[in-house]
Design a binder for this molecule. Structure first.
Ligand SMILES: [Zn+2]
Length: 66
C-alpha cells in the first residue's frame, strides 16, 4: 500500500474525488491506490492505477496439456 504526500494536492484529491495522479475528476477515480498519512484513501483512475502498480506476476499457472 502506497502512502501519498498530500502536500501540493488539491482538496478533491485528498478527499478521493479526483485522481491523485492526473487530477481528473471525471470519470470518478475508482481504484484505491494507497492512503494519505491521515488515513484518507488515495484514489486513482484505472489508467493511473495500472501505471502505479505494475501488473503482478502471473498468478495463473498454465499446466501443459497432454
Ligand atoms: Zn488518473
Amino acid at each position: 500500500m502506497l502512502t501519498f504526500d498530500p502536500e501540493g494536492m488539491t482538496t478533491a484529491q485528498r478527499d478521493g474525488d479526483a485522481c491523485v495522479v492526473c487530477y481528473k475528476r471525471w470519470p470518478r477515480p475508482r481504484v484505491r491506490v494507497g492512503r494519505f498519512p491521515d488515513d484518507m484513501v488515495a484514489m486513482a483512475c484505472a489508467d493511473c492505477a495500472a501505471a502505479l502498480a505494475p501488473t503482478p506476476p502471473a498468478t495463473v499457472v498454465a499446466f501443459p496439456t497432454r
